[in-house]
Design a protein around this ligand. Structure first.
Ligand code: BV8
Ligand code: ZN
Length: 279
């Protein structure tokens, strides 16, 4: 495997992943056409504070559909290979633009979710943040529209939501879900993600740029490398002398600067790494 040489020489590794690393799990990337009801909406249009202010129910429903989709798929070989690589290095930092929680579910420990996580929601007024699976009454109320995990499997994707309407797991819910409100201030809850035009959590982006500047190998996996400040990370690594290896079936905005471009799907390519290790 071309990557073997770089992995064996490296001591400090930094990785940036994007939507492409979840593609082989069945989650469409931002570039893929949205399916069904959402086909007519541009993600960049929905993932903004303006869209939420204009139509909170539509944005909340889009994220509820994406939470159901993320919950109904499994991490793939790319997620698992990155989790398996982590303990081999003194320094291994996985920075992800994805909000689907799949790196954590694959076992990665040191994950910087610089754009947040859709399994969390927070009061738009800043009072409280809640995780879908923390078992609290608030989580049960805020995520009432999400089917319990058990139903995701036992009903083979056919579920009925609170109104008794049945719909397929992961399918967009055209009816739209009521947006939960904060018990303290009455403001809407919103997904705990970073929207376009919003600043990233300073401590996370600082850690990410420190890891990129310190690493000797940077892996750029499944991202078009067009959204900043995340897309600045491979440049920061290259400028400090690191090797930058891109794994992506298509060229990206960074390809011409990469040390090596592996033009293959991430899970298909990295599954060989898992096979070599016998896992
Ligand atoms: C910021 C979370 C300071 C939400 C996301 C004008 C006004 C306001 C801001 C800007 C502006 N102009 C520029 C900006 C900055 C803006 C930006 O960079 N815009 C871009 C479009 C130019 N950035 C921001 O707004 C950031 N904040 O800068 O704050 C500020 C504030 C105000 C004004 C100025 C500056 C916030 C950005 C974070 C937005 N939130 N996600 C959610 O998910 O719902 S971004 C979201 O889109 C993703 O997280 C990800 O980052 C991005 C999509 O990129 P990718 O992950 O790369 O996915 P994509 O579909 O593009 O590509 C998939 C790739 O995978 C492809 O290359 C494909 O070939 C490949 N692939 C496919 N299959 C596979 C594969 N690879 C491997 N294996 C496969 N099987
Ligand atoms: Zn509140």
């Amino acid at each position: 495997m071309q990557l073997d040489h770089y992995l064996s020489q490296a001591h400090r590794v930094c990785v940036l992943t994007g939507a492409g690393v979840s593609a082989e799990s069945g989650i469409p990337t931002f570039r893929d056409a949205q399916s069904g009801f959402w086909a007519s909406f541009d993600p960049a249009e929905l993932a903004t504070p303006e869209a939420f202010r204009r139509d909170p129910q539509r944005v909340w429903s889009w994220y509820a559909m994406r939470r159901r989709m993320a919950r109904s798929v499994e991490p793939n070989a790319a997620h698992r290979a990155l989790a398996a690589l982590e303990p081999r290095y003194d320094a291994f930092t996985l920075v992800t633009q994805n909000v689907d929680d799949l790196h954590g579910r694959a076992g990665s420990r040191n994950v910087l979710e610089i754009h947040g996580n859709i399994l969390r929601a927070r009061c738009a007024g800043g009072c409280v943040t809640v995780h879908r699976d923390d078992g609290s009454d608030l989580a049960a109320a805020v995520f009432a529209a999400d089917q319990p995990a058990a139903a995701d499997t036992s009903t083979a994707g056919r579920q009925s939501d609170a109104a008794g309407e049945s719909h397929t797991a992961g399918a967009p819910d055209a009816a739209g879900e009521a947006v939960p409100t904060c018990p303290e201030c009455g403001d809407y809850f919103r997904p705990d993600v970073v929207w376009f035009g919003e600043t990233l959590p300073p401590e996370l982006i600082d850690q990410a740029f420190t890891a990129a500047a310190d690493c000797d190998l940077f892996l750029l996996i499944g991202t078009s490398a067009e959204v900043y400040p995340a897309a600045g990370l491979p440049h920061a690594a290259l400028e400090r002398g690191a090797k930058v290896v891109e794994i992506n079936p298509d060229p990206t905005a960074f390809s011409t600067r990469a040390t090596l471009c592996i033009r293959e799907p991430a899970a298909a390519y990295l599954s060989r790494f898992l096979e070599q290790r016998g896992s």
